[in-house]
Design a protein. Structure first.
Length: 68
């Protein structure tokens, strides 16, 4: 991996935007609206209601929850 490369959940963001046609802020807002739910419950919501794949959903939720 090249120095300065994006690592962690953020590494998925360009492909998430491309695949699902929405900016990351759109997905972050959906996750924030699920406040009080557990990580995997929110992942399930993104998968069931928005058709997001497991890895992408997990990356978005992990990023938002890590930010507090």
């Amino acid at each position: 991996m090249a120095d300065g490369a994006v690592k962690g959940p953020a590494a998925y963001f360009p492909s998430i935007e491309k695949k699902y046609g929405q900016p990351m802020e759109h997905w972050f807002a959906i996750v924030r609206a699920q406040a009080g739910r557990k990580h995997m419950e929110i992942v399930g919501h993104l998968k069931a209601e928005h058709g997001m794949g497991h890895g992408h959903a997990n990356a978005v939720v992990a990023h938002v929850l890590a930010k507090g």
